[in-house]
Design a protein around this ligand. Sequence first.
Ligand SMILES: [Zn+2]
Length: 68
Amino acid sequence: MALPKKRHSKARGRRRRTHWNLSKINLIPCPQCKELKLSHQVCKVCGFYNGRQVIEIKVKEKKKKKGA
Ligand SMILES: [Zn+2]
């Protein structure tokens, strides 16, 4: 395993890590329901992609209370 010959300062390591960042996600409005969605991916709200229904969207049902 490679071992470092010289100790790097805290600043050096921190300077290197200034480039560790997350890239912005690309949100675009869905042409079907106008909700913001990830580009090149099926809309999670209406299940449409490329002008047609690709996946079925299940509507959440309210939990029923026991007994009554
Ligand atoms: Zn949609």
